[in-house]
Design a protein around this ligand. Structure first.
Ligand code: HEC
Length: 142
């Protein structure tokens, strides 16, 4: 067999092999979901909940390795940093700090992650949606 053909075969076998590696795609129960207006909630659901809640919508490509490794990793890490499904368990002072951080991340365009926006155009927040989140996060004076 020619060398290039052997290499191709090895890559194919490796790609098949990694499909059997288990990936965490669990959605734990929602215990104390964020309470906010419908408008605010809808924006956060469209743009953040896939990584920052226990209500992740796992797309079909999240079942295909190696993409599944990246997605699962982002969700696990995202939930660790901020989880709207357990938001109510935080002291209100802590919630205030998190709100400020949420707005900071959005203002600097660091969240939602850019590759997420490619696959989820609804997560590309409009000016109005950003204003809405800013008002919610920082209080009515904005
Ligand atoms: C594709 C997954 C994904 C999406 C969608 C996403 N995030 Fe994140 N987020 C992460 C990950 C991973 C981290 C932790 C690593 C980091 O800071 O980059 C994080 C961290 C954060 C943090 C904490 C930063 C810190 O320093 O602790 C905040 C606040 C945040 N995200 C807000 C948001 C908001 C608000 C949205 C929606 C507008 C959003 N994220 C959408 C994956 C995501």
């Amino acid at each position: 067999m020619r060398r290039s053909r052997i290499i191709t075969l090895l890559i194919v076998f490796a790609l098949i092999g990694i499909q059997f590696i288990e990936v965490d795609r669990s959605n734990p129960p929602v215990t104390s979901d964020l309470q906010a207006s419908m408008e605010v909630k809808n924006v956060l659901k469209d743009a953040c909940y896939d990584c920052h809640s226990n209500e992740t919508k796992w797309p079909w490509y999240s079942k295909v390795a190696p993409v599944s490794f990246f997605i699962s990793n982002h969700v696990v890490e995202g939930r660790e940093h901020l989880n709207f499904s357990t938001w109510g368990r935080m002291y209100s002072q802590k919630q205030g700090e998190y709100k400020k951080e949420i707005w900071e991340e959005i203002e600097k365009n660091e969240m939602p992650l850019s590759h997420y926006i490619w696959m989820h155009p609804k997560a590309n927040l409009t000016l109005d949606q950003r204003q809405l989140i800013k008002r919610w996060a920082l209080g009515e004076k904005y």
